[in-house]
Design a protein around this ligand. Structure first.
Ligand code: SF4
Ligand code: SF4
Length: 555
């Protein structure tokens, strides 16, 4: 196996990347190799989907399959080879359907059907062992001896950004929000990769093109969430348990949470959010369920301790799952693209097994002392008081905004983000999103003239809110986003963060602080390009970075 797609990848003097029998996340070599092969097969599907498009044939089911298959390869999503093998086989079936439809369309137009090459002609082996043999030579390092490390790094940037795009697009699609230009953009990027690109500028432009596509995707996801569940509103959320039977829902998928709430209504079971589902409490449709009682635990990396202590079943609706401990694995259920060998996988929105498990388990026997956090400051809430915010900035009451957010992880270097948020001077507002917020969201930040100093914008899936707020403020101040009194301090972990970063770069946002480490898949040369063209800076020391940001503002 070789995998270097996330921040947690193994790093050593011999080279960076998880390359032994198991990655740092727990993904084994079999799963990693099969996922490489799945991506190869999906490139072939996209080649045929793209060719069919040119003939006026659009196959939405094929586009949906691509999103699901690619999402299955993100970090901490699917660790189960028994789920990846059928996807590889399905890719060939979908590809054949597209090929036949394109051939028929060509003949109808009096043309000769196009002959595609490479991944387009991939035929999966009959069994897993045969597929593993096929996987040799199709991973991220394929061709490095010929094209060099910089090209491989840029291809990885495109591939990993595309993975994030597919994950976000999947979340919108399951809510019924789909756009053909998104599907065409995803397929175009896969066709680009299937062609084995070697031109640095073309690869950089493709990366930015993905960033622009991701903006459309995030806008669509924002519309999907709001259109389905209402406009998020400032909401106080209980962070401690109450007495009674209990189910914990983790991941990012609001649709699954809604289905779970419907399945448990009137059953005497309390539902808690975990991790990136905390923002669900701010949506009117979801908060209307009285048995959505609060949030339990923090970010994904603490789940082995928190899940062990939770006295009920746990539903993983998307990333980030990690190896379940035997003490609780029997009560973990997966949904959507999530998978772990041996866990019960839910299908067809049937949450009956989860409900039965909740009834059979003890639940919480006592109320814990109440502790709360305030959430729900998505773009509508913040822009609803934009006049007040602009006035506070002009009057000097708010000196600056720091957006401190993104993913969390286990690395000790992530303490930086806690130190940073808590050391921010009192006249600065902190915006946050993603699971990185758990590092400081119980800190008492107070207010500035009635405006909370910590504004939780939501999930990483809600990055569109941050962009909409920055764009609106730039309009109010009649300046560009880079001239705003705003500093972005991004904590990255996996491929959705790569997609968001590409969006920010495509929008021309400069001087982003990125940490806890820079991506291992980028060579020193490529990091040099990002620094030179986009002013990306690695995090250093929290207090020093705050001082540097304020100094830049004063200059
Ligand atoms: S997802 Fe991250 S930790 Fe897991 S194998 Fe890949 S690089 Fe390693
Ligand atoms: S923000 Fe990133 S690290 Fe956190 S749960 Fe979501 S995908 Fe995982």
């Amino acid at each position: 196996m070789f995998c270097n797609q996330c921040e947690q990848t193994e790093r050593s003097d011999a080279g960076d990347g998880c390359a032994s029998t198991k990655g740092a996340c727990g993904k084994d070599a079999v799963t990693a190799d099969l996922q490489d092969l799945l991506l190869h097969a999906v490139e072939g599907v996209a080649q045929h989907a793209w060719a069919a498009r040119q003939l006026g044939v659009v196959d939405q089911d094929a586009s949906r399959f691509i999103l699901y298959a690619v999402f299955s390869t993100l970090t901490n999503v699917n660790f189960d080879p028994a789920r990846i093998v059928p996807l590889i086989e399905q890719a060939a079936t979908v590809r054949n359907r597209l090929r036949d439809a394109a051939a028929a369309a060509a003949r109808n137009l009096g043309r000769t059907p196009e002959t595609l090459t490479g991944a387009a002609n991939f035929e999966p082996a009959a069994d897993q062992d045969g597929m593993l043999a096929q996987a040799a030579g199709v991973g991220v390092l394929a061709g490095q001896d010929v094209v060099g490390a910089d090209i491989i790094g840029l291809r990885a940037l495109v591939l990993f950004g595309l993975k994030g795009v597919c994950a976000y697009a999947y979340h919108a699609q399951v809510l019924g929000y789909e756009r053909d230009d998104i599907y065409a953009g995803v397929e175009q990027a896969l066709v680009f990769l299937a062609g084995g690109p070697t031109d640095v500028e073309a690869l950089l432009e493709q990366s930015l093109q993905l960033g622009r596509l991701n903006l459309t995707v995030m806008e669509t996801l924002d519309a999907a969430n709001i259109g389905t569940f209402g406009i998020p509103e400032p909401t106080v959320v209980r962070m401690t348990p109450v007495r009674g039977k209990a189910i914990l829902a983790s991941g990012h998928d609001l649709k699954d949470l809604h289905a779970l709430l419907k399945a448990t209504a009137g059953q005497g079971i309390n539902v808690y959010t975990h991790g990136e589902l905390l923002p669900a409490h701010a949506y009117p449709t979801l908060k209307a369920y009285p048995h959505l009682v609060g949030n339990y635990g923090g970010a994904w990396q603490d789940q082995r301790v928190e899940f062990a202590q939770f006295p009920g079943p746990i539903v993983m609706t998307s990333n980030c799952i990690i190896r379940p401990h035997s003490s609780y694995s029997e009560r973990v259920f997966t949904a959507g693209p999530v998978g772990w060998p041996g866990l019960h996988h839910l299908t067809d929105d049937d949450f009956a097994p989860v409900v039965a498990s909740a009834h059979a388990l003890p639940g919480f026997t006592d109320d814990a002392p109440a502790e709360t956090v305030m959430i729900g400051f998505a773009r509508n809430a913040v822009l609803g008081v934009a006049d007040k915010v602009v006035e506070a900035v002009k009057a000097g009451a708010i000196r600056r905004f720091f957006l401190v957010g993104g993913c969390d992880g286990a690395a000790s270097g992530r303490n930086y983000f806690t130190e940073f948020a808590e050391a921010v001077p009192d006249d600065i507002v902190v915006l946050t999103l993603g699971c990185g917020k758990y590092r400081f969201n119980r800190h008492a930040f107070g207010e500035i003239g009635g405006i909370p100093r910590l504004l939780d914008l939501g999930q990483c899936n809600d990055s569109y809110s941050a962009i909409a707020i920055a764009t609106a403020l730039a309009g109010a101040f009649n300046c560009g986003v880079n001239e705003l009194p705003l500093t972005l301090v991004i904590s990255w972990f996996e491929q959705k963060a790569v997609a968001v970063l590409l969006t920010l770069l495509a929008l021309g946002v400069r001087n982003i602080r990125l940490g806890p480490t820079l991506p291992a898949f980028l060579t020193p040369n490529l990091i040099g390009v990002l620094v030179e063209r986009f002013g990306i800076q690695p995090i250093t020391d929290a207090k020093a970075d705050i001082a540097a940001a304020l100094q830049r503002q004063a200059a």
